[in-house]
Write a protein that binds this ligand. Structure first.
Ligand SMILES: Nc1ncnc2c1ncn2[C@@H]1O[C@H](COP(=O)(O)OP(=O)(O)OP(=O)(O)O)[C@@H](O)[C@H]1O
Ligand SMILES: [Mg+2]
Length: 325
């Protein structure tokens, strides 16, 4: 067998698995409203079981993208594949397997939580009372099902919105800003809910304009700005600093001058907190400690540096990043 056939043979099963595992794929998705491009050539793929974060500042194009995925807006260009099917052509097959909560849920405030679910179930058809019990339990509202929705907290209303999205037991759940306006406890409840849904094998796409809201919920994130993809990465990669350490010491400026003369330390800096930030010789923290001590700078503390996620997010979504001023 030649090398060429070997590699073709080795790659083909991987390619098949990959296609099957992709639950949602956006190909060059674009939406223009007159002169304004709300979503610009967006490419994304989300795999089965992922809790995927869709992040961007206000006006970035998140809701527009989600509305297109859910068939509420028609793309100007590009395609959407859901479970490997063309979602624009196979809408009737695909959409019953997709649950969505888009912006704030439309709820009847004078009806109970349960009756809100009943009302939606009646329009959908084929949703049993047992399923209503189930979704109330999943979102933690079973005990409050008889109370009028106007007496619910914001977090409870959001969770009732998720319950509505779950009625048809969808495989893909799309939640537009489900944590919007929630307090820290509400965000923790929402996070626990997302994790239990993911454990059940559901794929979740969750949008937010605040990284802090979803950093502990999602494994992977896409960041968009002005309708364009800025980056698609893991939270770990966003925070990682590629082996930098933060050193607190008495004379950071002098230590910095010395470190910058070393072959490994040319990129060293001092951060806003006045700490020296540098990689270590041989990438070993203990060697950095030894180097500093031998040079007469005894560190107060040495810690692995982390980047502030909100800062990273702001940097990535500043207009200059996407070349639009
Ligand atoms: N129906 C519409 N007609 C005209 N322009 C629209 C329409 N819907 C959205 N836009 C524009 O498209 C852009 C993206 O809006 P979109 O609502 O998708 O942003 P978003 O990321 O969801 O923002 P937010 O975080 O504020 O919810 C904005 O400039 C908005 O004004
Ligand atoms: Mg929005």
């Amino acid at each position: 067998m030649t090398e060429q056939t070997l590699s073709t043979y080795a790659q083909s099963p991987v390619a098949t698995t990959d296609t099957r595992d992709v639950v949602l794929r956006l190909n060059n998705l674009t939406k223009r409203y007159g002169q304004r491009t709300a979503v610009n050539n967006l490419n994304l793929s989300i795999k089965r079981g992922e809790i995927f974060g869709f992040l961007g500042p206000n006006g970035a194009g998140k809701t527009t993208t989600i509305r297109m995925i859910f068939g509420l807006a028609t793309p100007t260009a590009g395609t959407i594949e859901i479970f490997g099917q063309n979602a624009l052509q196979q809408r009737a097959n695909v959409l019953p397997r997709v649950g969505a909560l888009i912006e704030t849920p439309a709820l009847y405030l004078y009806m109970s939580g349960r009756n809100n679910l009943r009302a939606v179930a009646a329009t959908l058809g084929g949703v049993s009372d047992a399923r209503i019990d189930e979704v109330l339990k999943i979102v933690g509202l079973y005990g409050r099902q008889k109370d009028r929705v106007k007496t619910y907290s914001l977090g409870m209303k959001q969770r009732l919105g998720v319950a509505i999205a779950l009625l048809q037991d969808p495989d893909l759940l799309i939640l537009d800003e489900p944590a919007n306006g929630l307090d820290p406890a509400g965000i923790v409840e929402m996070r626990d809910l997302m994790h239990s849904l993911s454990e059940e094998g559901k794929t979740v796409l969750i949008s937010s304009h605040l990284l802090s809201e979803i950093q502990q919920i999602c494994t992977r994130v896409a960041i968009i700005n002005l309708g364009q993809l800025v980056t698609e990465t893991t939270i770990d990669d966003l925070v990682s600093t590629k082996g930098e350490y933060e050193v607190q010491l008495e004379q950071p400026e002098q230590a910095l001058a010395l470190i910058k003369q070393q072959s490994w330390g040319t990129n060293a800096t001092i951060n806003e907190a006045g700490k020296l930030v540098t990689v270590a010789p041989q990438n070993r923290g203990q060697d950095l400690n030894l180097f500093l001590v031998q040079a007469g700078f005894v560190p107060e503390t040495i810690a692995v540096a982390t980047r502030d996620l909100e800062q990273v997010f702001l940097q990535l979504t500043s207009s200059e990043q996407t070349g639009v001023k």
